[in-house]
Design a protein around this ligand. Structure first.
Ligand code: ADP
Ligand code: 5GP
Length: 211
């Protein structure tokens, strides 16, 4: 049987560099599957339906919720975002490490449903640098940038719910660090219960001849 992949939840303030890091992981390693969320937000210039997000109306989103088709969903700065269930479950069963790039309310719901999920929080090197990146990206109006920075203040209160923080100062260093944390998670005791139990039985057989 193929071993299940790690479910890695990646959160962080808007503009911290989550999307950039996810692209790097996918380009540099082949063990990852990035979940594509459903959202009611409008596409930014250059975004494509089915690539960055499944862009849907509020009605379609609510239908998906009714059908229990989302692992989790949340409202963030006036729009809904949610993680489609089928992709996550099938990719994990295939042994892929599944990346969910989602905000904090969703991350906590994932942890409830999948206690073995690994929760990672991407931090900018400083608050000022966060503002620079968010405005420098040039994708949001000044009032949306302000809303997202206010949201960051709230999100910063929830960081203790996460397992690790990674600081996205040098992009390559941060990418390596994220990858290394996820690889290490494969060796956690909780993710290896079957192997441990088999070893116990083998040892008993070896020492006492017991089955
Ligand atoms: P998020 O997905 O967290 O909102 P993005 O990945 O869109 O953030 O990154 C926000 C902006 O910061 C983008 O313009 C991106 O190119 C830039 N950026 C990301 N990581 C770094 C980094 N390590 N150093 C400098 N700029 C970065
Ligand atoms: P953006 O509008 O910048 O693409 O995303 C806004 C926020 O929504 C980010 O913090 C992003 O991680 C989060 N997000 C994206 N997809 C999902 C999702 O499926 N569920 C939840 N809960 N948050 C999401």
């Amino acid at each position: 049987m193929k071993r299940r992949g790690v479910l890695a939840v990646v959160s962080g303030f808007s503009g911290a560099g989550k999307g950039t890091l996810m692209k790097n992981l996918l380009n540099q390693y082949d063990n990852y599957a990035l979940s594509i969320s459903m959202t009611t937000r409008l596409p930014r210039e250059g975004e494509e339906n089915g690539r960055e997000y499944f862009f849907v109306s509020k009605e379609i989103f609510e239908e998906k919720v009714q059908q229990d088709g989302l692992v989790e969903y949340a409202c963030y700065c006036d729009n809904y975002y949610g993680t489609p269930r089928e992709y996550v479950e099938s990719q994990m069963a295939m042994g892929k490490d599944v990346l969910l790039e989602i905000e904090i309310q969703g991350a906590l719901k994932v942890k409830e449903k999948f206690p073995e999920a690994l929760l990672l929080f991407v931090m900018p090197p400083s608050a000022k640098e966060l503002e620079n990146r968010l405005t420098g990206r040039g994708t949001e109006s000044a009032d949306v940038v302000a809303k997202r920075l206010c949201r960051a203040v709230v999100e910063a209160q929830g960081i203790e719910n996460y397992d690790y923080i990674v600081i996205n100062d040098d992009l390559e260093v941060c990418t390596q660090e994220l990858h290394s944390i996820i690889r290490t998670a494969h060796r956690s005791v909780g993710r290896n219960e079957e192997f441990i139990e088999n070893m116990r039985q083998e040892l008993n057989v070896l020492v006492k001849g017991e089955k």
